[in-house]
Design a protein around this ligand. Structure first.
Ligand code: PLP
Length: 397
């Protein structure tokens, strides 16, 4: 299943970058495995994950939700991590790598601001300069996160080109990286971008499925669930939740785990306001890798739409494109309204307000029809505080 030497997962991945970026990307390609697999790095990262991020995150048996759907549902509580989502797993890993490479300045792109906040957090922790690029439109939509980044000491720069959203912020970050190759590290927030980012971010997020296995074994006697569900924006929480379940069990007695990545259908797949990449996309290149993305026949990127800013991305990580094409995982989608309904259901039944992104994974439980004895793990990627305005608007209706 792993990545090959050129950074491909089957037909997807690679590093399609301007020549000016070769030195930066090559430096990473040559060094990342040696550094992140060293015993010193593993030790330092595991201490940070435990004492700073609060891992392991609980695997919670949701009994009232299970009764409701007549199956056994466990929630992987990434919402309980420091900064409120899975993003901290990746930023801690990459900041440690940046430090080992001797970098002193960190740049990042952010859409909803969650990755920006997680990056500003770890830069404060390590005392490194932090510059976050964010679309001008997103800065207005996600003001509290802009304020958090500033309080943490980061400089937030508005991307004023194009649609003034995530893809424009990414272009600005790449431009900055080209101009500052020596001291600057580009900290990417999902399993996207040129090789080695998709593989590296997946490895940092794989702690999610590593813990699920141990925790499920303790709770049920079996480390493999029947289903793993996670929402997919770029695909980092999903890849982390899938990672240790992708290879089929060697013993014939054990069943393979069904992997389900839930995409955002927005107002409906064919409404013109959707972010359901695998349903609507075709093969192409975005942000340095070959993958599946939403584009018109001229190769112009189609503007995505989702009620949740974290899923509002026109592509998916190359490894997901590979899992989709080879049918190892499926990628259905749910609409804005279905996700909202699922968020309210979880709040009422379990006393947990999920992020709108995570609510997409929960909404798919309506269509899963799992059997009573089957086990379902849902990755609860983040908490819903940041989405209260959207939830309140729904309650007023
Ligand atoms: C950013 C974010 C996502 C989407 O990103 P992935 O890389 O697809 O995981 C999902 N959930 C939450 C809470 C997020 O902050």
């Amino acid at each position: 299943m792993g990545v090959d030497k050129k950074g491909f997962f089957g037909d997807f991945g690679g590093a399609f970058i301007p020549e000016m970026l070769f030195p930066n990307v090559e430096e990473l390609q040559k060094n990342y495995l040696g550094i992140i697999n060293s015993s010193q790095f593993i030790k330092e990262l595991s201490v940070l994950l435990r004492d700073y991020a609060g891992r392991p995150s609980p695997l919670y048996f949701a009994s009232r939700l299970s009764n409701h759907y007549k199956t056994r549902i466990f929630l992987k509580r990434e919402d309980l991590n420091h900064t409120g989502s899975h993003k901290i797993n990746n930023t801690l890993g990459q900041i440690l790598l940046a430090k080992k490479l001797g970098k002193t300045r960190i740049i990042a792109e952010t859409g909803a601001g969650q990755h920006g906040v997680a990056t500003a957090t770890v830069c404060a922790l390590f005392g490194l300069e932090c510059v976050v690029f964010m679309g001008e439109k997103d800065m207005k939509r996600q003001k509290p996160n802009v304020e958090r980044m500033k309080m943490l000491g980061a400089k937030v720069i508005a991307a004023t080109c194009g649609s003034k959203t995530l893809k424009d912020a990414t272009n600005e970050a790449i431009r900055d990286w080209i101009s500052n190759p020596g001291n600057t590290y580009y900290l990417i927030g999902s399993v996207v971008g040129p090789h080695p980012y998709p593989d590296m971010v997946a490895k940092f997020q794989s702690v999610i499925s590593k813990e699920i296995k141990q925790q499920l074994k303790e709770k049920t006697g079996n480390e493999n669930p029947d289903y793993v569900l996670a929402c997919v924006g770029g695909g980092s929480n999903a890849m982390g939740a899938f990672y240790h379940f992708i290879d089929k069990p060697k013993s014939k007695k054990k069943k393979k785990v069904n992997l389900i990545g839930v995409e955002a259908a927005g107002k409906g797949i064919n409404s013109g306001f959707s972010a359901a990449t695998t349903a609507l996309g075709t093969e192409g290149i975005i942000h340095g890798s070959k993958t599946i993305l939403m584009q018109n026949s001229d190769g112009q990127i189609t503007e995505p739409h989702s009620i949740s800013a974290g899923l509002d991305y026109p592509g998916i990580g190359p490894q997901h494109a590979h899992l989709f094409k080879t049918k190892r995982a499926i990628y259905p989608s749910v609409t804005d309204n279905e996700a909202l309904k699922a968020a309210f259901l979880l709040a009422k039944l379990e006393g947990i307000i999920p992020a709108l992104e995570s609510a997409h994974a929960l909404a798919y439980l309506e269509k899963l029809y799992a059997k009573e004895k089957e086990t379902v793990v849902v990755c609860l990627s983040g908490r819903g505080d940041k989405d209260m305005e959207t939830f309140l608007a729904m309650m007023d209706k």
